[in-house]
Ligand binder design. Structure first.
Ligand code: PEP
Ligand code: MN
Length: 300
């Protein structure tokens, strides 16, 4: 009985790590050996020689905030502004200060995009918001919590827009690459993978919910030729650690970074311990410029 059962299985050696068989049969597209460049426009491309920074607040809280941050980016010659108008929260209670700004927030992003000539990254939480988001956004973000929301992934892939797929904090690289394969199978290869911290038995500080898996960057780069970016802000939840983890990510080979910044971090409606203030952001960009040169990459 038992031996028959095993004999009839197709997946005889299930594993949590990536095997040669996986590469051949389960994730052939995401592990294909061709170097992939993800071009956003004529100025900004995720490729071997560049290290684009995606920066902004957590949420599109107000028009004023988003313009403020937009101007900071221009000052630092950074082109990609992030901010979410639709936003899943771990707990269901939203402070009065933090209601999703939804379509109104998207209109503000649209204004700042046109006025300051910036590119926009924002999160897609539901298929029903996709049309409005696509009207303004240049890159669609799939958040950690939706990494394996496969219907959402497929619909987002079909837009043929560039996609950032964030790793779920409890996911193996194998599962992440499985999710990525779903996107590629739809014919969209404008894919960027993002390490954003995983759960671990302890994280050195009670405010730090995740731990950044720097090794994931190097491990992914061994088998994946799509851009791999790092998000030290969400990984650490703690602004003082963000610069160090940024530099570590650059050294590990990251092809881009997500950095949360806010003019007044303690007033941020969500995760106020996490964003860099404008001065800290400026200094992070300055040092990252120097460091990235060692690795033949240019911060943009
Ligand atoms: C974010 O980018 O604002 C975010 C919430 O990220 P994550 O999905 O990684 O938690
Ligand atoms: Mn956030």
């Amino acid at each position: 009985m038992k031996s028959n059962f095993v004999k009839n299985l197709t997946n005889k050696q299930p594993t949590k790590d990536i095997t040669e068989d996986d590469i051949k049969y389960k994730i052939p597209l995401i592990t294909s050996k061709k170097n992939v460049e993800v071009k956003i426009n004529n100025k900004v491309s995720f490729k071997k020689s560049t290290l684009p920074i995606i920066a902004g607040p957590n949420g599109v809280e107000s028009r004023k905030l988003i313009f403020n941050v937009g101007k900071l980016l221009k000052k630092n010659k950074i082109h990609i502004l992030r901010g979410h108008a639709y936003k899943p929260l771990t707990f269901p209670y939203r402070s009065k200060q933090y209601l999703e700004t939804k379509d109104q927030g998207m209109d503000w992003l649209d204004e700042v995009k046109k006025y300051l000539n910036l590119l926009i990254v924002t999160e897609v939480t539901e298929i029903k918001y996709l049309q409005r988001i696509c009207y303004t956004a240049d890159i669609l973000q799939i958040g950690s919590r939706n990494m394996q929301n496969l219907e959402l992934l497929k619909e987002v892939a079909k837009t043929n827009m560039p996609i950032i797929l964030k790793r779920h904090f409890g996911s193996s690289l194998r599962d992440m690459l499985g999710a990525a394969e779903h996107i590629l199978l739809e014919g969209n290869n404008k894919l960027i993978l993002c390490e954003r911290g995983i759960t671990a038995p302890h994280t050195h500080r009670s405010t730090s919910r995740f731990i950044i898996d720097i090794q994931a960057i190097t491990a992914l780069k061994e088998i994946v030729k799509y851009p791999i970016i790092s998000d030290p802000s969400h990984a650490s939840f703690w602004a003082p650690w963000v610069p160090g983890l940024t530099y570590a990510s650059i050294a590990a080979g990251a092809d881009g970074l997500i950095i949360e910044t806010h003019p007044n971090p303690s007033k941020s409606a969500v995760d106020p311990l996490q964003p860099l203030n404008f001065k800290q952001f400026g200094s992070l960009i300055k040092k990252s410029n120097k460091l990235s040169k060692i690795f033949n990459k240019k911060i943009i």
